[in-house]
Design a protein around this ligand. Structure first.
Ligand code: TMP
Length: 202
């Protein structure tokens, strides 16, 4: 049986990394094989593209195209084979992040993004997307308390406000696969919501 495709999303500082391990453990405890991966990245070529994407300045359409180049490779090398083998795939970000960051944040025409999505994965969509949502001030505080910031993390508040708005718009557009998680709540409360969402898929 084909596995399920799960994605986690949110603006930088929304706290998704805290919960990725929990999702994996929850599913493994219920007998699933979980392949955990990320975008941009997830393959040797994808990780090279990630280095460029996170640290080099580039035209916004170059950025979008490289995100999808990394995604195409990730699908071919990791996502599709794993799903076909019956594994569950957990990707830290996927195309919703391109809508949020390149369309919402940077302002790339949404119709171009839709064209890329239709080209690169006309059939594939996540079965579940966990969107970690926090007010901008909370995200900023979390970022400032962490490591050296990359190109995206150094962006200003208005950029993240547009990213967040686009994420929430996507969640409204695809309510059947999105679960929006208020990431200001306690870890225990958040994990309960995640567990309930996962149970529905099992
Ligand atoms: P990460 O720090 O959560 O691993 O994500 C890397 C950065 O890449 C993050 O700031 C969001 C950004 N990103 C995009 O701008 N577009 C995309 O399509 C993806 C997958 C990530």
């Amino acid at each position: 049986m084909r596995g399920k495709f799960l994605t986690v999303e949110g603006i930088d500082g929304a706290g998704k990394s805290t919960h990725i391990g929990f999702v994996t453990q929850f599913l493994q405890a219920r007998g699933k094989t979980v392949v955990s991966s990320r975008e941009p990245g997830g393959t040797p070529l994808g990780e090279k593209l990630r280095e460029l994407l996170l640290h080099e300045k580039m035209h916004l359409e170059t950025e979008a195209l490289l995100m999808f180049a990394s995604r195409r490779e990730h699908m071919a090398q990791v996502i599709e084979p794993a799903l076909a083998a019956g594994s569950w795939v957990l990707s830290d970000r996927f195309t919703d992040a391109s809508f949020a960051y390149q369309s919402g944040g940077r302002g790339m025409d949404r119709s171009k993004m839709e064209a890329l999505e239709a080209w690169v994965h006309p059939q594939l969509q996540p079965d579940l997307t966990l969107l970690f949502d926090v007010p901008l001030e909370v995200a900023r505080e979390r970022l400032d308390a962490t490591r050296t910031l990359d190109k995206f993390e150094r962006e200003q508040g208005e950029f993240f406000a547009r990213c967040r708005a686009e994420y929430l718009r996507r969640a409204e557009q695809f309510p059947q696969r999105f679960v929006v998680i208020d990431s200001t709540r306690s870890i225990a409360q958040t994990q309960q919501t995640i567990g309930e969402a996962l149970e529905k898929l099992l």
